[in-house]
Design a protein around this ligand. Structure first.
Ligand SMILES: [Zn+2]
Length: 147
């Protein structure tokens, strides 16, 4: 068999995404970060603080396929750390306040930023996985299981 024919045959054996509706990555992540369904942008993505709904309440899109795992805390710590640590160092270098002032300012700020960003980061990651049809988000991928 000629090489061209083999390549064409292999291409057709791959799961086709051409017939599937587009899932723009930026829009899906943005909607997720706003705690909305990555598909419709109307339904809420979480049923509690960090618990993702089984399906969207507005469009019935299945959301339980996500596997965010420990990526949201990782990215949240990464972001908050890159904001808070330079801020602490800058304030210390400029004003040198007493230690109790550092504690009373930075600990609540760090906690507030972390608790605010964690669901946003998780929502964005669920949006990313949905957009890229990862795990069970690809209806054509029968080998993907989300047990
Ligand atoms: Zn939806």
């Amino acid at each position: 068999m000629p090489i061209m024919a083999v390549e064409i045959q292999n291409r057709t054996a791959l799961p086709s995404t051409a017939a599937q509706p587009e899932r723009p990555l930026g829009r899906a992540m943005s909607r997720g970060a706003r705690l909305k369904c990555p598909s419709c942008g109307k339904g809420r993505i979480f049923k509690s603080y960090l618990k993702v709904r089984e399906t969207c309440s507005a469009c019935r899109e299945e959301l339980h396929h996500h596997r965010a795992d420990d990526a949201p805390p990782y990215f949240t710590v990464f972001i908050v750390g890159h904001i808070v640590v330079p801020a602490i160092l800058s304030v210390e270098m400029a004003l040198a306040p007493p230690l109790w002032m550092h504690f009373t300012a930075w600990i609540p700020l760090t906690l507030a930023m972390t608790l605010l960003l964690l669901p946003m980061t998780k929502g964005a990651l669920v949006g990313l996985q949905w957009s890229l049809r990862m795990h069970g988000f690809n209806p054509n991928n029968e080998s993907a299981s989300d047990a």
